[in-house]
Design a protein around this ligand. Sequence first.
Ligand SMILES: Cc1cc2nc3c(=O)[nH]c(=O)nc-3n(C[C@H](O)[C@H](O)[C@H](O)COP(=O)(O)OP(=O)(O)OC[C@H]3O[C@@H](n4cnc5c(N)ncnc54)[C@H](O)[C@@H]3O)c2cc1C
Length: 404
Amino acid sequence: MAVNVVIIGGSFGGLTVAYELRRHLGTGKASITLISKEPRFTFVPSLPWVAMGSRRLSQISFDSRPALAAKQVDFAHETVLGIDHEKKTVTTGDSERRYDFLVIATGHRSANETVEGLDPFDGPAHSLMSAPEAEELGVALERFLEDPGPVAVGAAPGASCIGPVYEFAFELDHLLRRRRLRHRVPITVVTPEPFVGHMGMGGAGTIRRLLEDALDERDIAYRTNAAVTRITADAVEIEGGSPVPSVLSMVIPPLGGVEAVAKSPGLSNPKGFVPVDAHYRHPSAENVYAVGVAVAMPPVAETLVPVNFPKTGHMTEQMATIAASDIAARIGGGEGRTGELAARCVMDMGDRGVYMAVDPVRPPRNTIPTVSEGRRWLLAKRAFERLYLFHARRGRRVPTALGW
Ligand SMILES: Cc1cc2nc3c(=O)[nH]c(=O)nc-3n(C[C@H](O)[C@H](O)[C@H](O)COP(=O)(O)OP(=O)(O)OC[C@H]3O[C@@H](n4cnc5c(N)ncnc54)[C@H](O)[C@@H]3O)c2cc1C
């Protein structure tokens, strides 16, 4: 009888596991079901462009059902409510499914409750952590441009997704300069990082100096070691410091695991993230795997204000590849490969891009990080988005050697 694999989540982690499992196993050996509360795949790294108005959501997302069907992966458009790892079942509002292998790729929950005013739908702050939030920020930005004033761009204590902070600050600076409005908008970056460019991974080669110079060059002020305590309609308040005036605030929240996982007994740590071993298997729940943002990863070091370890799309795909190879190998009676996570990414700086490559992500590293700046990287970032979407909607993966 075919082995029953259930995957929860239809983004970078879930789709990669599904496609890789089919590649390894072919069709007869396993029945694969992917459950996702969203039927569409969204290319999340382009959300800042949605907020800036240079992309519509329809341009950076697609219905993942045809691609999954072509790979003979069943799709269930349902929201998982709980997992019972002893009974090996997943419960949604509509069904209870049994699994032989389970992969949790449910991403994050924004812990907006940690800072007053942080929730974009219930407070003055704006965010980029999901498609609806990026669209909400886009609407707020249009209103702001009619009557501009000071802006704060930052991350709350414990955040791990810091790249979009710099991207949004640089993109906004670029937009305002093109419209000759920059002189009316003081921009301040407010970050828990101990230094600019730490990014939760202890920095990378020359990125600190490159970003400091780029911020100085563009008259973008920055405050590091900053613990945001409250966001109001006209300021971002910081522990032990003067408030940063701001009529538009984009603040990235700290993350936790989604409720369905956090509330399922015996699966996650207190933040709702899933502990894993080198194969991305849960250490005690039998045949449960987790990949991507759902995985528990400790920070690189203690910092004055907490900053957590980043989990990028590129890293998520590596985790998913390792987990899928292990599941496939175990179905055949073996064991899959393991490997350290590397990261490549390109950050949009408005008029150019900066490319970073670290191997491994967690220092100390085997290679000296590559940090390179130029207009070609911005063009590469745009091209990669199109290439990724072209392949993913056809059920294919972009070779990771092409970078992110
Ligand atoms: C603004 C922004 C910019 C970024 N830029 C980059 C970049 O340039 N490069 C890079 O490498 N990374 C970037 N990242 C990080 C990257 O987007 C994430 O690492 C990636 O999205 C993680 O993928 P994932 O599959 O783990 O989770 P997610 O993408 O969060 O997807 C989670 C999936 O689980 C589903 N789900 C959740 N809960 C349930 C439930 N209860 N039941 C059913 N389904 C559920 C969701 O619908 C979704 O399909 C960026 C992130 C943000 C927010």
